[in-house]
Design a protein around this ligand. Structure first.
Ligand SMILES: [Fe+2]
Ligand SMILES: [Fe+2]
Length: 406
């Protein structure tokens, strides 16, 4: 097959990206497109607005929602350590075994997936001019033909750039016409006008309350920001999409609540983001890790992931701060004498934007003003649920409720 590859931050994806994909498909150069949301772009290390998993799943929902044919979204950069240079990504993606498995996993027939493939790197004409300054451009051209989009009325001297690349690097460059509007992700997030964002992505953004004040990470240190982004990439390997986005949402909301109630925002961001990191580990591993952190305190299956998460975050992700680890450990049950950080993570877990198990509006409103009252409302709902299910409330939760005057 002739495979086009389209990499970018997609922060967020917009109609310009979609036009690029559709025009490339119509150009006659390619049979399908693989879209690669960036993980650690060399130009934008940790400066993206959203950590990589949001941008990956937003793109997946967009491709599916718009029914873009022969369009596949790749998570290849999640498996690359360090900066995801194009040359490094292409070496991995285009290797015989990797591309075969990827295509089959995306519904391509085995016979087709095993054929010889030609690869094309889809780019804007504006980036073609600077291509020779990229990391190992000659190596990139060993894997792909460049495919540059030219807009009607484009001012770039594409022919000159093409001739220079072909002469200096010996690569091939194809040119195709781009029919589409001109917009940019930074323009969209800067203006707050999301009309050029495709509907499925807009729904995704609304569901997770992204690009809002709570997700700006204002007042967060560079180190915590980096940890947050890296934790998202780390947990990608252990959690399904829905759970991963939930746990990251809790990070954002915890940081926001920390700002409201005078807690350490950095710690809240990291504790919240990591709180469910162990939730999808096999039960025997959860049990072993839970015991390591809190002995026999938690034995119920549903509760194991909390203390197990503390061990997991410590041993595999290098979190040493005991306050953060305790907030992870007690996020499901609460306990007596909870710290402010523990309360915040406990509450944020129950009410982050994508939670919709019941009408959470009153608790969300209370959470902006009075932490304890919001916690009482949450605990009351938990109690009702347990009573209706005939389950015993954990002794630690009873202690929390006692402290809340319930
Ligand atoms: Fe949990
Ligand atoms: Fe959770």
């Amino acid at each position: 097959m002739r495979i086009g590859i389209f990499g970018g931050s997609f922060d967020p994806v917009h109609n310009g990206h979609i036009a690029m994909i559709e025009s490339a498909m119509k150009s006659g150069f390619i049979d399908c497109v693989i879209i690669i949301p960036s993980v650690r772009n060399s130009f934008k290390l940790y400066t993206n607005k959203l950590p990589p998993p949001y941008r990956l799943y937003m793109m997946k929902e967009t491709v599916e929602g718009l029914s873009l044919k022969n369009c596949f979204v790749s998570d290849v950069e999640f498996d690359i350590e360090g900066v995801s240079y194009t040359a490094v990504v292409l070496a991995k993606l285009t290797s015989e075994e990797y591309i075969r498995d990827f295509l089959i996993a995306n519904g391509v027939k085995r016979k087709k997936a095993e054929e010889h493939h030609d690869f094309f790197w889809i780019m804007g004409s504006d980036t073609l001019g600077s291509f020779e300054t990229w990391y190992k451009p000659g190596e990139i051209l060993n894997f792909v033909t460049l495919l540059a989009a030219v807009r009607p009325g484009d001012g770039t001297d594409v022919d000159k750039a093409k001739a220079s690349i072909e002469k200096n690097l010996g690569g091939k460059v194809g040119i195709f016409r781009l029919n589409g509007i001109e917009c940019s992700s930074s323009g969209i997030t800067g203006s707050g006008d999301f009309s050029e964002v495709p509907a499925p992505a807009r729904e995704f953004i609304a569901r997770h309350a992204l690009y809002s004040d709570n997700t700006m990470l204002s007042g967060i240190s560079d180190d915590a920001r980096k940890k947050f982004f890296e934790s998202a990439v780390w947990m990608y390997h252990y959690l399904g999409g829905k759970r991963l986005l939930h746990t990251l949402n809790v990070g954002y909301l915890s940081a926001h609540l920390a700002g409201v109630f005078g807690c350490d925002k950095d710690k809240a961001l990291i504790a919240g983001a990591l709180h469910d990191c162990a939730k999808e580990l096999p039960l025997d591993q959860q049990l072993e890790k839970a015991k390591k952190y809190s002995g026999e305190l938690f034995t119920e299956k549903k509760l194991l992931h909390s203390p197990a998460g503390a061990t997991f975050a410590k041993e595999q992700f290098g979190i040493e701060d005991p306050e953060i680890l305790d907030a992870i450990c007690y996020h499901t049950t609460g306990r007596g004498d909870m710290t402010l950080l523990e309360k915040i993570v406990y509450l944020a877990d129950k009410i982050e934007p994508s939670r919709n198990y019941t009408d959470l509006t009153p608790i969300r409103e209370a959470a902006e003003k009075d932490l304890e009252s919001a916690m009482r409302m949450t605990a009351a709902a938990v109690k009702d649920k347990f009573v209706s299910q005939g389950r015993d409330i954990h002794p630690m939760t009873l202690l929390m409720m006692r402290d809340l005057g319930m």
